[in-house]
Design a protein around this ligand. Structure first.
Ligand code: DQA
Length: 145
């Protein structure tokens, strides 16, 4: 039987992880995170579909695709769109696939404009503040809800 697939969707500026504000986000690159997720996925018996885009519409299309493809769950680090995008909020509400919000940093302890999360208002869970490890914790939650 095919293994369950977990989509891992990454939004704007996350392609620059490793060099982007390392004092906040650390020095782990998105490729490093993909590798960590692959290793953990193998142990958990699932597959990872890892994507990154700087464009809001791509993230929305991929949320729809995750449902159409029968994904087990979506881990979504929407970057700054977290705090601005009603369209992403609506896309999460529009699908039945569980979506777990992910952040490397702890947005609620940062600038006030990061305190609202339109993603969080629709997502089923949130993991934040653990650096790259946030993704691994979220994957474990996705596989053992
Ligand atoms: C982030 C937090 C957001 O506030 C920020 O805009 C990002 C990264 C995080 O992973 O900590 O781009 O989602």
């Amino acid at each position: 039987m095919a293994k369950p697939v977990v989509y891992v969707l990454n939004g704007p500026n996350l392609n620059l992880l490793g060099t982007r504000e390392p004092e906040i986000y650390g020095t782990t690159t998105l490729d490093d995170i993909a590798g960590m997720l692959e290793d953990r996925a193998q142990e958990l018996g699932c597959e990872i579909e890892m994507r990154q885009s700087n464009h809001e519409g791509h993230l929305i299309d991929w949320l729809h695709e995750a449902q159409a493809e029968g994904a087990r769950a979506v881990l979504l680090n929407a970057g700054a769109y977290t705090h601005t995008s009603i369209a992403l909020h609506d896309a999460i509400k529009a699908i039945r696939t569980p979506v777990i919000e992910v952040h490397l940093s702890e947005p609620k302890e940062r600038e006030a404009f990061r305190h609202i999360s339109y993603v969080g208002l629709a997502a089923s869970d949130c993991v934040s503040g653990h650096g790259a490890q946030s993704y691994i914790i979220a994957l474990e939650k996705a596989m053992n809800p």
